[in-house]
Write a protein that binds this ligand. Sequence first.
Ligand SMILES: Nc1ncnc2c1ncn2[C@@H]1O[C@H](COP(=O)(O)OP(=O)(O)OP(=O)(O)O)[C@@H](O)[C@H]1O
Ligand SMILES: [Mg+2]
Length: 261
Amino acid sequence: MTAAADARPILRIEGLNAHIAGQQVVEDVTFTVPATGITALLGRNGVGKTSTIKAIIGLIDRTGTVELGGVRIEKEPTFKIIRSGVGYVPEDREVFSKLTVAENLRLAERDDAPRRQLVEELFPDLLARSAQMAGTLSGGQQQMVSLARALLNTNKILLVDEPTKGLAPKIVAEVAETLAEAAKTVPILLVEQNLHVVRQLAEGAVVLSGGRVVHTGSALKFLDDAELTQRLLGVSAEGPAGDSPARDNTARETSGKGAAL
Ligand SMILES: Nc1ncnc2c1ncn2[C@@H]1O[C@H](COP(=O)(O)OP(=O)(O)OP(=O)(O)O)[C@@H](O)[C@H]1O
Ligand SMILES: [Mg+2]
């Protein structure tokens, strides 16, 4: 592959607009996602992160350009977009609670040769629990099922929405580690409110406010700019030494949609 091809983004969004219930929730959103690594999609509660992801895959009506691997896909129906290589791991990790782990995974298999071995290597705990009803799993284990479902297929990109929300600190670390491993095989656009996790995983950051992109660039540079994170996220991102995912998640577990740090 040439350097130029390497540099081409896997996802290019330009002038994306979307409405929900008559309200514009995504406004002229433009950004790119590189073909490798993790790009964070950040912003306070309700700024349109989930809506942007749903608009990309056509779950909500939108206008604008969506290009996957250099191919325009915005006119395609959702099932074709998914089939063309977009893995979606929704907020609140929906699993089929009355089906076993194995059944949840089998239902997600889309490719002729699903990557069962990769999933077994990444999720040994799930292998051990394959006969367990997914509804009886912990939140962290359900998140792993949700991620595993997306990783079974060969995708061009994964769209992962708040995978650590409401999880205990130790489990947050496990999910983050799994995402880091997954990102070696597929680029990820990650919505994440835990800035410790963002710092650990993300190379690039796209920040939304009021449905619009208000900042793009290096994730680390953004997190190191206390004034900017305070202004755009309402929190000051501390350095690695001071980061405390334990505190984040205790706050989030009790308040539901709490602040990130
Ligand atoms: N189904 C819906 N009906 C009405 N309004 C909605 C619906 N879904 C989202 N909205 C509104 O759209 C805006 C963007 O919501 P969205 O869920 O995209 O934000 P978000 O950044 O993902 O927030 P969060 O951090 O809470 O997940 C918010 O004002 C929200 O209230
Ligand atoms: Mg959301």
